[in-house]
Design a protein around this ligand. Structure first.
Ligand code: GDP
Length: 140
């Protein structure tokens, strides 16, 4: 059965451009409940750990530099079928390919600076949520 939680980040481009409020509104209106959230800045080292799965990809160094370039919001979201529904809400990785009305279509500026992260599986949702939040912080 699909899990009830996913993990997201509002990435540095969207945070810097002041889109966090509009993005959160879309997330809540789509039925997701924010059960943990923090503003933070990833160090280069932590960005590298978070995206370790991509370390052989040609864009890995650029991605880590970008993700540590400024503040982000990290959040755990709750909803039935959370992972799949959230991936639909954010749209394709490349905003040029993202469906109309998706968060990336509306707010992303490039395939790298694509406004938001969304976990791609229940297992990764759990790993990524635990990367940013201890059990103690999940107070909701
Ligand atoms: P996602 O699951 O849709 O976030 O996509 P991936 O897991 O494939 O990639 C992780 C992140 O790496 C993306 O969200 C982008 O920020 C970045 N990324 C993916 N593909 C590329 C690329 O071809 N070039 C660059 N510069 N960044 C990329």
């Amino acid at each position: 059965m699909a899990g009830k939680r996913t993990f997201t980040m509002i990435k540095p481009d969207a945070f810097e451009a002041g889109h966090s409020g509009a993005i959160l509104k879309m997330i809540e209106e789509a039925g997701f409940k924010v059960v943990a959230m923090k503003a933070t800045i990833l160090s280069r080292e932590l960005a590298g750990k978070f995206y370790e799965v991509h370390k052989e990809r040609p864009f890995y160094q650029d991605l880590c530099a970008y993700m540590s370039s400024g503040p982000i919001f990290a959040a755990i979201l709750e909803k039935d079928n959370a992972v799949d529904d959230f991936r639909k809400l954010i749209g394709a990785t490349n905003p040029a390919d993202a469906a109309e009305g998706t968060i990336r279509k509306l707010f992303a500026t490039s395939i790298e600076a694509n406004a938001v992260h969304g976990s791609d599986s229940d297992e990764n949702a759990s790993i990524e949520g635990n990367f940013f939040f201890s059990q103690f912080e999940r107070v909701v």
